[in-house]
Ligand binder design. Structure first.
Ligand code: PXP
Length: 236
């Protein structure tokens, strides 16, 4: 399985103070040097974390690939067609949400989604639809021309260690098989962490996981001790 690291929350931290620290570019380069297979960023309509300038700066310097998460809007389609990231993951977006809360509604908007996906695919961009592990959405996704789906693992992650874990996990497994049988490549992400990620191995042929919050959270603690030592040394 490949790992795409979502670095949105490096930008969240940077934006808390304005300025450039911590640098999103440096974060991406460290992730690449540490063996990730791609960098994922979500350019939200409200630009609450990643900004346009981050997208334009990352494109020429990445050695792996950029996966641009974005809503199905004209504005985002225009940006994607201009910068041509390796892949676009189309996500639903609501201004009030803290993070992407549910999967994309494809089944009831099939014609719109086809129209949205087509120019991206024609431009050579791999397109992925972020959907719940739901039969209707999988079947519809296969009709849009997108080559990938990313299964929303939020319900599984929330259920991990509870009675509903098996039900949620089975949904992922069944949806993945169905999507693969329909010719789609299957990714997964959202809420995956160091405890619950191991079950992704039980889903055959899963291609890539996109993980952000748990990696950035762990990085705070794995780096905190050295950061204090460095500052202490400077002021002694
Ligand atoms: N995949 C998609 C489509 C997402 O929207 C997100 C959250 O931005 C992720 C993966 C990563 O989720 P998390 O930060 O919970 O690992």
């Amino acid at each position: 399985m490949l790992l795409g690291v979502n670095i949105d929350h490096v930008a969240t931290l940077r934006n808390a103070r304005g300025g450039d620290e911590p640098s999103v570019i440096q974060a991406a380069l460290i992730c690449e040097q540490s063996g990730c297979d791609g960098i994922t960023i979500h350019l939200r309509e409200d630009r609450r974390h990643i900004k346009d300038s981050d997208v334009y700066s990352l494109i020429p310097i990445l050695k792996t690939k950029l996966n641009l998460e974005m809503a199905a809007t004209e504005e985002m389609q225009k940006i994607a067609l201009e910068i041509k990231p390796h892949s676009c993951c189309i996500v639903p977006e609501r201004r009030q949400e803290v993070t992407t809360e549910g999967g994309l509604e494809v089944a009831s908007r099939l014609d719109d989604m086809k129209k949205f996906v087509e120019p991206l695919v024609d431009a050579g961009i791999k397109v992925s639809l972020f959907i719940n592990p739901d039969e209707q959405q999988v079947v519809a996704s296969a009709k849009t021309g997108a080559q990938f789906i990313e299964m929303h693992t939020g319900a599984y992650s929330n259920a991990f260690g509870t009675q509903s874990e098996e039900v949620e996990f089975k949904r992922l497994k069944v949806a993945a098989k169905m999507a693969q049988d329909l010719g789609l490549t299957v990714n997964a992400g959202h809420g995956l962490n160091y405890e619950n990620v191991h079950r992704m191995h039980e889903i055959p042929n899963l291609y890539e996981l996109n993980i952000g919050h748990s990696i950035i959270s762990r990085a705070v603690f794995s780096g905190l001790s050295q950061a204090v030592v460095d500052m202490k040394n400077l002021i002694m």
